[in-house]
Design a protein around this ligand. Structure first.
Ligand code: GNR
Ligand code: NI
Length: 174
């Protein structure tokens, strides 16, 4: 297992559309496990492959609390089969937008089809926080961040602050 580096916005690798996975083999399983380890260490409750610089349609999620047994979900090629008309709002965070939060409204329930870590087709009905995190992670596979769901004014404030922070950390070549 290995900890992976999580990309912080603005970064062009967070804006690309990720590619379909043909088969979940040992190499993909290793990536899923490294992503879970990275997510738990952060700590976070979800992580998408583009956030660790890998442009494939892979996400991992665990919304179990610290005092509960782990409930890791590993998904390749997730597809939303159904979304509820009813919506819900969560104050979302993102490991690629550290220390920034905003309310995002999304469908309250979703039905998802995906390939699991054994390369088996599975379906899951999710609601509440799990449904929100699934949609947040699937957005990453389209190059979409939660700030793309809020007002351009709030989005630009967050992205400018993060860009400035990057400039202060990484000296530009002279
Ligand atoms: O850790 C995370 N918390 C979170 C909270 C509310 C809605 C979505 C999330 S996902 C986020 C981790 C992350 O950036 N996943 O891409
Ligand atoms: Ni995120």
């Amino acid at each position: 297992m290995a900890l992976l580096n999580v990309l912080v916005a603005p970064d062009p690798r967070l804006k690309v559309k990720a590619k379909h996975v043909d088969i979940v083999d040992d190499e993909v399983r290793r990536l899923m496990d490294d992503m879970l380890e990275t997510m738990y260490a952060a700590p976070g409750i979800g992580l998408a492959a583009p956030q660790v610089g890998d442009a494939r349609r892979i996400i991992v999620i665990d919304i179990a609390h610290d005092d509960e047994p782990k409930q890791p979900l590993r998904m390749a090629n997730p597809e939303i089969l159904w979304r509820s008309d009813e919506e819900t709002t969560y104050n979302e965070g993102c490991l690629s937008l550290p220390e920034h939060y905003a309310d995002v409204t999304r469908p309250r329930e979703v039905r998802v089809r995906y390939l699991d870590h054994q390369n088996e087709i599975r379906e899951l009905h999710a609601d509440g926080l799990l449904a929100t995190v699934i949609q947040h992670e699937m957005d990453h596979l389209q190059g979409v961040l939660f700030v793309d769901h809020i007002s351009p004014l709030k989005r630009n404030i967050i992205l400018r602050k993060l860009a400035k922070l990057k400039r202060s950390k990484v000296p530009e070549p002279a």
